[in-house]
Design a protein around this ligand. Sequence first.
Ligand code: F6P
Length: 333
Amino acid sequence: MKIGVLTGGGDAPGLNIAVYTFVKLAERKHEVYAIFHGWKGLLNKEVRRVTSADLLDFAFAGGTYIRTSRTNPFKDEERAALLAKNVKELGLDVVVAIGGDDTLGAAGEAQGRGILNALGIPKTIDNDVWGTDYTIGFDTAVNRAIEATENFKTTLISHERIGVVEVMGREAGWIALHTGLATMADMVLIPEKEVGWDVVAERAKKAYEARRWALVVVSEGVKSYGGPVDEFGHVRLGGVGNELAAYIEKKAGVEARAVIPGHIIRGSPPTAFDRVLAVRYAEAAYEALEAGKFGVMAAYRGGEITYVPITEVVGKNKLVSGEWLKLYERFWG
Ligand code: F6P
């Protein structure tokens, strides 16, 4: 078979391992092609035969060696037709799409329209893909966010200040919640739970009065400032940390600072968990391929690797809920 592999959406630590592992398994029997720049690479025919030996030097680094894009191949019918034409001309039998909701959504759509056979692997530092407990990259992002927060904390203590850490996550508060739990922040703000900023300032002030420093973690998605929108309709987020720190400073009458680790937590080399998760997902995708089982995404549920139909996953956001929301409430509700 001729198999294409692509990565789409925001990059995530562990992507290179997933690609490398899949190629290593599949190249024994098949021809494997890297599709550069996500779905854009199929519209532009940026496709190159690869071997695992080509990929090994970068396999354990952050980022994605085969690049990425936020191109939506189904933005209009003209593009969809071009996609179908190129897939046919390239002779691709299967495309392994490694991505979040948007990238997987396009894979599901392509499969549904009979353009190609798709296999999905979930990745995103946001951990918001439906149908799986963990996406590739989330564990690394949280570990780096915790490191940043702990380093920030020492200088907050030295200077006796209030600190606000803003982390990524879009509409899902997973990174903020985990960072807050792991550092026992005084207050955490997530998009799933609306909290008035007066309450936040009050909590920070109280904590400050007790020990002369305080820590707040905020998820970027609690406030949107408008701005550029990508091809899937997502507005660019970021910046709420600065506004919140200024608000707290004014309300609490205590000097406050904000830090935004931003893309730094996304660009890291993967943790052990993400490395092994990427290998397990890639192996599961290969197994599905050999079994002729298409239109599915490899998923991690309760420690086991399983499969979910891609169509069941797309269009839903896995938000903080249930036990996790209860945990949030216990500390910051
Ligand atoms: O979806 C992953 C993510 O890292 C989000 O957490 C964040 O809002 C967005 O991507 C940032 O995207 P960009 O790299 O385009 O700034």
